[in-house]
Design a protein around this ligand. Structure first.
Ligand SMILES: [Zn+2]
Length: 424
C-alpha cells in the first residue's frame, strides 16, 4: 500500500508544551497513514493529486482521552455533588451492574463510541465493567467506529456491592481471558484494570501485576483521588509506605502504568512515580465535580513527571477533551489563586493542549504504536479540521480560532476527523 493524500490548511500543534506551533497555508503530504512532511507548495511529484483544502479554519491533532469509563457515559452529570464514595455507591455501581446483561451493553456501548468520535477523541484508554463479555462488546463497538483504544475489564474482589464483587480467582481468570481474547495487533487492545486499591485485595493485584508483566500489557488504575479514600487505603494496607507504594508492591507501577487523579501525593510518592516512569492522568472536570481536590499540575509539569489528561466520564461531565484542556487551565488557576502561600502556577493553554494530544500520545507510542499527537514527519496523521464558521469580518488569526474553539466551540465545529490517514 502506498496511498498518498494531500491536505491544505493552517496547521497548529504542540510538539513541546511551551507554545503552539502554527504553520499557515501548509500542505500535509500523508503516505500510508503517516505524515511525510508539511510543505509550503505541492511538490512536483504530487502535482497530479487532488488537494483537500480545509479553508479558513485550522487543522489540529485529534484528541486522546487517557481516562474514561464507558459504562458511565449515560450517567454523566448525575449525582455529582455527592462526593466520590457516595457517588460510586448510589449511582455508579448500580448502573455498572446492569452491564451483566450483554444486550444492555450492546445497546449502549455503540453510543459511547459514536460520542467519542463526534467529539474528536479518536484514541482513548477506556474502563469497562467487571463483566468479561460486555467489555468485549465495548471493544468491538470502538473497533467498529474505527477508533484506536485500550480497553480494560475492571477487577473488584472486595468493597463492592455483591452483584459486582468477584472472587479473586474469577476476577483474575476473567482478566486473563479478556486479555487473551483481545490480544493482537488490532486497533483496540487490552489493558489490565484493577479499579483502585480499596476494591482489590493484594493477592489479586499481585496476580494482575504478574499478568501485565507476562503479557507485556499496560495497566490503569486510580490513585489518591480524595483524602477519605487515601486514608482508607492506609487502613487497608498498613504494611505499605503509601498509596503509591501499594501499587508498586504489587508490580503494577511501571512505564506502561496510568494512574488517574494523583491529587494527594507526598514527595516520596512523586519520586517513586518518576523512578517507575509511570504516567499520572489529570482529570480536572471529575475532580471539581466530586469536590475531590485539585492536582498540582504546574508543579508536576515542572518536576518532569509523565502526565496525561482524561475526561473521566461519568464523574467528568463531557467527553469533549477540548473542555478538559480548558478545565486544566482553570483548575490550575484556581489553585494559584486559592493557595498563594504554596506558590502554585497556572498552566498555559498550550501546556494543557499538549497533554491532550502529544502528552497522551506518548502513552500509545510507548506501547509500540506509530508516534502520534503532533504533525511531525513519520507520525500517524491524526487530525481534526476545525471551522468556527465566523463571519469573515471577525478576522481571527488561526491561533485565536483554536483558542475560541477550545473555550467556546463544540462538536458542530469539527468538520473532518482523520485517524492514521483514514477519514472517519
Ligand atoms: Zn476514573
Amino acid at each position: 500500500m502506498n496511498l498518498t493524500a494531500l491536505y491544505k490548511g493552517h496547521f497548529i500543534d504542540t510538539p513541546t508544551p511551551g507554545q503552539f506551533r502554527v504553520r499557515k497555508d501548509a500542505i500535509a503530504i500523508v503516505e500510508d497513514g503517516k505524515l511525510l512532511s508539511l510543505e509550503r507548495e505541492v511538490p512536483a511529484q504530487f502535482s497530479s493529486l487532488p488537494v483537500k483544502d480545509s479553508g479558513a479554519g485550522v487543522v489540529i491533532p485529534s484528541f486522546i482521552d487517557l481516562h474514561v469509563h464507558a459504562p458511565q457515559h449515560m450517567q454523566m452529570g448525575v449525582g455529582l455533588t455527592l462526593g466520590l464514595l457516595d457517588w460510586l455507591e448510589n449511582h455508579t455501581f448500580p448502573r455498572e451492574s446492569r452491564f451483566a446483561d450483554e444486550a444492555y451493553a450492546r445497546s449502549l456501548y455503540p453510543l459511547f463510541a459514536a460520542e467519542l468520535l463526534r467529539q474528536g477523541s479518536l484514541r482513548s484508554v477506556v474502563y469497562g465493567t467487571v463483566h468479561l463479555e460486555s467489555t468485549l462488546i465495548l471493544a468491538q463497538a470502538l473497533e467498529k467506529a474505527g477508533l484506536i483504544a485500550f480497553v480494560g475489564k475492571v477487577n473488584m474482589d472486595r468493597n463492592a456491592p455483591d452483584d459486582l464483587k468477584e472472587t479473586s480467582e474469577a476476577s483474575f481468570k476473567g482478566s486473563e481471558e479478556f486479555c487473551r481474547r483481545l490480544a493482537g495487533q488490532g486497533r483496540v487492545r487490552p489493558i489490565v484494570t484493577p479499579r483502585f486499591a480499596p476494591s482489590c485485595t493484594k493477592k489479586l493485584m499481585k496476580e494482575l501485576g504478574r499478568l501485565s508483566q507476562r503479557l507485556n500489557l499496560p495497566v490503569q488504575s486510580h490513585l489518591a483521588e480524595t483524602l477519605t479514600e487515601a486514608q482508607w487505603v492506609s487502613q487497608l494496607f498498613p504494611e505499605s509506605r503509601s498509596y503509591t507504594d501499594v501499587y508498586n508492591d504489587c508490580g503494577l507501577l511501571g512505564p506502561a502504568s496510568l494512574m488517574a487523579h494523583a491529587i494527594f501525593l507526598n514527595d516520596e510518592e512523586i519520586n517513586l512515580i518518576m523512578e517507575r516512569e509511570s504516567t499520572l492522568v489529570h482529570c480536572p472536570s471529575a475532580n471539581i465535580n466530586l469536590g475531590s481536590g485539585i492536582m498540582p499540575l504546574g508543579r508536576y509539569l515542572d518536576r518532569g513527571v509523565n502526565l496525561g489528561l482524561g475526561s473521566d466520564v461519568g464523574a467528568g461531565h463531557t467527553l469533549a477533551m477540548y473542555r478538559s484542556v480548558v478545565q486544566a487551565v482553570q483548575a490550575s488557576t484556581l489553585l494559584r489563586i486559592l493557595r498563594p502561600e504554596e506558590n502554585h502556577r497556572a498552566v498555559t493553554l498550550s501546556e494543557a493542549f499538549y497533554l491532550a494530544t502529544m502528552g497522551n500520545g506518548k502513552f500509545f507510542t510507548r506501547q509500540g504504536w506509530v508516534p502520534c499527537g503532533a504533525f511531525e514527519p513519520g507520525m500517524s496523521f491524526d487530525a481534526l479540521a476545525i471551522d468556527m464558521g465566523l463571519p469573515e469580518a471577525v478576522d481571527l488569526s488561526p491561533l485565536n480560532q483554536l483558542e475560541r474553539f477550545l473555550y467556546a466551540g463544540d462538536d458542530r465545529h469539527i468538520k473532518t476527523r482523520i485517524l492514521a490517514g483514514r477519514q472517519l
